[in-house]
Design a protein around this ligand. Structure first.
Ligand SMILES: Nc1ncnc2c1ncn2[C@@H]1O[C@H](COP(=O)(O)OP(=O)(O)O)[C@@H](O)[C@H]1O
Ligand SMILES: [Mg+2]
Length: 266
């Protein structure tokens, strides 16, 4: 794809598209992808909201907030506060955060007890579609009630896939869940794409895994491949996305490329 000054120039000004970054495997790059994708589209000038729906609250902390923000996404799910009251500005222009907290783990038990709870975040976010262009969920490493809530609210699912042995494991279950939610609860939902993460181009294994994933899911893999890059890994300890930590490193370039594709694919 040719270079353009605006990293996501393909985006058109309209209502928000809601993305869920999901994979029930832990450590595959969900949080890193959600934070950096959000930062890239915000950098391009689009009003962006990152919704942290993982009790680990890593995205919240990675954007410079704490795990004790009050109110937070748990209060919204509990019906205790209006969503707007829980949204915080980040240090990055155009990027707001609906923060998480470890207490959110309780929702895994509480949500299933409440009839219709699957649509709480969908209902809360609908009125915000006119205020943001991109709303991005960082999902927890499970296909439980929190991920379901995100997928019911979302239009598109982005699936980070770590290029390692067993990369394909669990993807069938994930796609089944997306299909089920699409049939039962959210007909708009579709897969935006799979993004290969932590790719080590020097290893034969990474190349083999990439080839296998592309063969299994033709047309569904983003061209942008996120390299394994120490600047990406250390950025969260500074509470900033990698494009602010080191805008010129390979990881930043890859996330800008991904943001362009995401914006173009819609
Ligand atoms: N491209 C990358 N290069 C190096 N380290 C990475 C990269 N992407 C993620 N990591 C690191 O790998 C770990 C898992 O990533 P994370 O995004 O937290 O995964 P998940 O949210 O799926 O559990 C984190 O320590 C993160 O900093
Ligand atoms: Mg995570």
């Amino acid at each position: 794809m040719e270079e353009t000054p605006n990293p996501v120039s393909g985006a058109t000004p309209e209502r928000a598209t809601i993305f869920a970054v999901a994979n029930q495997k832990g450590g595959v790059g969900k949080t890193t992808t959600a934070v950096n994708l959000a930062a890239c589209v915000a950098e391009a000038g689009y009003a962006t909201l990152l919704v942290d729906i993982d009790p680990q609250a890593n995205a919240t902390v990675g954007l410079g907030l704490t795990k004790q923000e009050d109110p937070n996404v748990y209060d919204v799910l509990s019906g205790d506060v209006e969503i707007k009251a829980a949204i915080k500005a980040s240090a990055i222009p155009n990027l707001s955060v609906l923060p998480s907290t470890p207490e959110l783990a309780g929702a895994n038990v509480e949500l299933p007890r409440v009839a219709g709870s699957e649509t709480i975040l969908h209902d809360a976010l609908e009125p915000l579609r006119d205020e943001y262009r991109f709303i991005i969920f960082d999902c927890p490493p499970s296909l439980g009630p929190l991920t379901v809530n995100a997928m019911v609210a979302a239009d598109r699912v982005i699936v980070p896939v770590q290029t390692e042995y067993f990369a394909l494991e669990g993807l069938a279950d994930l796609l089944d869940t997306v299909g089920l939610i699409q049939r039962e609860l959210n007909p708009r939902l579709s897969i935006a794409g799979l993004v290969l993460t932590m790719h080590d181009g020097r290893t034969r294994l990474a190349e083999d895994v990439e080839a296998e994933v592309r063969k299994h899911f033709p047309g569904l893999i983003f061209d942008a491949v996120i390299p394994r890059n120490v600047r990406v890994a250390e950025a969260p300890s500074f509470g900033v996305p990698v494009i602010h930590h080191d805008p010129h490193c390979a990881g930043s370039g890859a996330y800008f490329e991904l943001a362009k594709e995401v914006a173009l694919r819609g």
